[in-house]
Design a protein around this ligand. Sequence first.
Ligand code: URA
Length: 210
Amino acid sequence: MKSQCLEIVRQKCESCKACPLAKTRNNVVFSDGNPSTAKIVFIGEAPGEVEDEMGIPFVGRAGQLMNEFLAEAGISREDDIYMINTVKCRPPENRVPTDEEKSACRKFLDAQIDIIKPEAIVLCGATALKSFVELDKKQTISKVRGKWMTVTVDGVEYKAITIFHPSYLLRNRSMEEGSPRRLMQQDLAEIKNTILGDRVMSEEKELVLA
Ligand code: URA
């Protein structure tokens, strides 16, 4: 049922010409993951070059790093997560999407959340966060990340948490206590424990991820 509803939204999204990104995209990057089993929606910024070529979110370098962190935390990208972006088409040169682009795409984002009705929403980085929360100047990602909050989509409240965007972690490689990568590990462990409990992955999956 969820898949059928999402398919209708996908088709509309794929023919969308509501903003200038429609002219430069190779593919609309709609989603990845299993809508029937996913308890968590991960929201990124916008597709990059590889995502635009493949039509799948988070498959470039940042996505591969995200996969490593997810596997380490015991979160299955295939089963536990429905992965989407704030904006479904690639902004040229990977620039941050404009307000016009974000608002043109908002109906697709909201529809995806509304259909999945996740137990939690994970906001990856500033663009996703700012689509749901108004930040004052003192509230940087570093201060806001790792704290559960409530966001409302179409009148429904969802548990949400912010994490660093994996692109930021590509530029910050330290594993020292308190470093962005260590905080990412902590935040994903918190998400796993709160939403998925102490379930362990099957041996087969552990082997695949090793
Ligand atoms: N960064 C994002 O925010 N989304 C992607 O799909 C890839 C990189």
